[in-house]
Unconditional design. Structure first.
Length: 173
């Protein structure tokens, strides 16, 4: 069983990476950089208010991973799976969950498929049930089309993901 997060779990030594995107298309491009770096077993926890770009970012992640299936917000199905790419993507929406206990009751171990990368929207609602090793991404409004994304790696694997995003963003900018 994977180690689950504890209150006050420590972040890795890498500094937080903050990037401001200026459009939905740019948010998707940033997601594609992460998608290109994902490996089976990676967990990415997305958190932010409604309309901050979590699903647009996930569309980019899926595209970057080569998924053929269209990304939809999983609000009513809770979990969607996107196949056909370099790595399968499991997309979880915890918005309707009351807390980590509900995620555990749904079978978190089944959702955390070691053969897929897992993205969890509204992760703050279920953080205590998530693996300690993960990449946290916080989304904030910065204007009509601008979004601030803060990448906070928790562990060596997450550090490597954030570093790939940082390098790719520098090259694209």
């Amino acid at each position: 069983m994977k180690r689950l997060a504890r209150a006050g779990a420590r972040c890795s030594a890498m500094e937080e990476l903050s990037i401001v995107t200026r459009s939905e298309a740019e948010t998707r491009r940033l997601g594609a950089l992460l998608g290109a770096a994902l490996r089976p077993g990676d967990v990415v926890a997305l958190d932010g208010e409604l309309g901050t770009g979590k699903t647009a970012f996930t569309r980019g992640v899926a595209a970057g991973a080569g998924a053929r299936d269209p990304v939809r917000s999983p609000s009513f199905t809770l979990v969607n799976r996107y196949e056909g790419g370099r790595v399968p993507i499991v997309h979880v929406d915890a918005y309707r969950l009351a807390g980590p206990e509900e995620l555990v009751a749904l079978g978190i171990e089944d959702v955390l498929d070691p053969q897929a990368a897992v993205l969890i929207e509204w992760a703050g609602r279920v953080a205590a049930a998530l693996p300690e090793e993960r990449l946290d991404v916080a989304f904030e409004h910065r204007g009509p089309a601008r979004r601030a994304l803060s990448f906070r790696p928790r562990g060596a694997r997450a550090e490597a993901l954030a570093a790939r995003v940082r390098e790719g963003w520098k090259e694209a900018s």
